[in-house]
Ligand binder design. Structure first.
Ligand SMILES: Cc1nc(NNC(=O)[C@H](CC2CCCC2)CN(O)CO)c(F)c(N2CCN3CCOC[C@@H]3C2)n1
Ligand code: NI
Length: 182
């Protein structure tokens, strides 16, 4: 299993580099490795066998590779297709809602080995542009849980960690019209 670097490693605070196409074989392998980690981490038996913390997203800098690539694997309803399964290359948020949303449980991070209590306010809806591993450009609109996960991942490409968004004086302060997601 790939080694995920932890808080304190300066790579997690760097802005990662744009990728160019065509991707090298190494970069295509990286895309595969990111997604494979997520799949394994969501498989109870494999996760237990390899002591993996479950994840729905993973960014290349977390594998100490400072490139603008992240994988997201968000399960759909039981037994259905994932609601979002994609490797995002050079992702850009083109626009976002004023409406704020946050996970009611707060956020965690596979690169942060501690609980940091508090709400992480994010845009509830985003318009995302990204390139796939073939270099094809996509523009998609995401909302709620999918939008939160993708924003967490894009933050990693910019050296931002989830607790940077938590209000230190009042960690559970959140706009009263914020959408709280279960
Ligand atoms: C919300 C959640 N966060 C999990 N972990 N943290 C992560 O994914 C970090 C990224 C997420 C933290 C908040 C937003 C993005 C990883 N990050 O650091 C990458 O940058 C989960 F594991 C999880 N789920 C729900 C779906 N379940 C399906 C079956 O398998 C178990 C799995 C558990 N939901
Ligand atoms: Ni993270």
């Amino acid at each position: 299993m790939k080694n995920i670097i932890r808080e304190g490693n300066p790579i997690l605070r760097a802005r990662s580099s744009e990728m160019t196409f065509p991707l090298s074989n190494d970069d295509k392998q990286l895309a595969h490795d990111l997604m494979e980690f997520l799949e394994n981490s969501q498989d109870e038996e494999i996760a237990e066998k390899y002591h993996l913390r479950a994840g729905v997203g993973l960014a290349a800098p977390q594998l100490a590779i400072s490139k603008r690539m992240t994988a997201v694997l968000i399960p759909g309803p039981e037994g259905e297709e994932p609601s979002l399964k994609q490797v995002l290359i050079n992702p850009t948020i083109l626009s976002q809602s004023v409406q704020v949303a946050a996970l009611s449980e707060g956020e965690g991070c596979l690169s942060v080995d501690r609980d940091v209590p508090g709400y992480v306010p994010r845009a509830d809806r985003i318009t995302l542009r990204y390139f796939d591993i073939e270099g094809v450009q996509h523009k998609i609109r995401l909302k709620n849980y999918e939008a939160i996960v993708v924003q967490h991942e894009i933050d990693h490409l910019n050296g931002i960690l989830f607790f940077d968004h938590i209000n230190n004086d009042k960690p559970f302060a959140i706009p009263n019209d914020a959408i709280m997601l279960e």
